[in-house]
Design a protein around this ligand. Structure first.
Ligand code: DC
Length: 215
């Protein structure tokens, strides 16, 4: 039987992480949030007192990244970590250092779900199912703003919207593996969808892909 690899790409706060986690639970597959890898590299560079534009320091941090316990580190979910991640992610050496780890994860015998920016284009171009999850910048900023203010962080909505727009521009404008919808990815716009409706739509996309791939 062919492995079911599901690639979920899209911009920040589009809902891709939640959708990927739900798909992984539904199909009983391991899930990798690849944004955490870049977030951990960004924080490691900051913790070492180096500049995020320092490609050599960033690549060294990526090469010595320990992925154990990443998803339990609350610092990685903070706003600064996302911004740092987006900056170090533009260094080709960082992307190269994280490539094998992600491809090994995608290559597990039973399959896997990965979410990020370049899963369907670079990491797993042969994935059986590819989704590109998006929503308007305003709706994405509102989601992120609600999450962060619920955690007690004091952020103005307009600053959040500015963050989201800047991040979109940087992630889609970089030369190395820019954020882009793969030619064969299905677009899922979650602007007007709640979590259940978005998951349902995602599941239907994966089911159609499974039929096509005979999995
Ligand atoms: O998905 P996220 O918001 O946690 O990602 C943080 C940043 O990491 C994002 O702005 C760009 C970078 N990233 C990337 O370049 N490629 C990926 N596959 C995942 C994340």
């Amino acid at each position: 039987m062919t492995a079911l690899v599901i690639a979920v790409d899209g911009p920040a706060a589009s809902g891709k992480g939640t959708i990927a986690a739900r798909l992984a639970a539904h199909y009983g597959l391991p899930h990798l949030d690849t944004g955490l890898l870049y977030r951990a590299v960004g924080l490691a560079v900051l913790d070492a007192g180096r500049d995020l534009d320092d490609a050599v320091a960033a690549e060294a941090a990526a090469l010595s990244l320990d992925i154990v316990g990443l998803s339990d580190n609350p610092r990685l979910t903070e706003r600064d970590a996302g911004e740092a991640a987006s900056r170090v992610a533009s260094h080709p050496g960082v992307r190269a250092a994280l490539l094998k780890l992600q491809q090994d994860f995608a290559g597990q015998p039973g399959g896997a779900v990965l979410d990020g920016r370049d899963i369907g284009t670079v990491i797993a171009p042969d994935a059986a199912a590819k989704l590109y999850v998006t929503a308007t910048p305003e709706v994405r900023a509102e989601r992120r703003w609600k999450q962060l203010t619920a955690r007690g962080q004091d952020i103005a909505f307009n600053d959040m919207l500015e963050d989201i727009r800047r991040r979109d521009e940087r992630d889609s404008g970089r030369d190395s593996a820019p954020m882009v919808q793969a030619d064969d990815a299905v677009l899922l716009d979650t602007t007007d969808l709640g979590i259940e409706a978005a998951f349902d739509a995602a599941r239907r996309i994966v089911e159609a892909a499974r039929v096509r791939a005979g999995i």
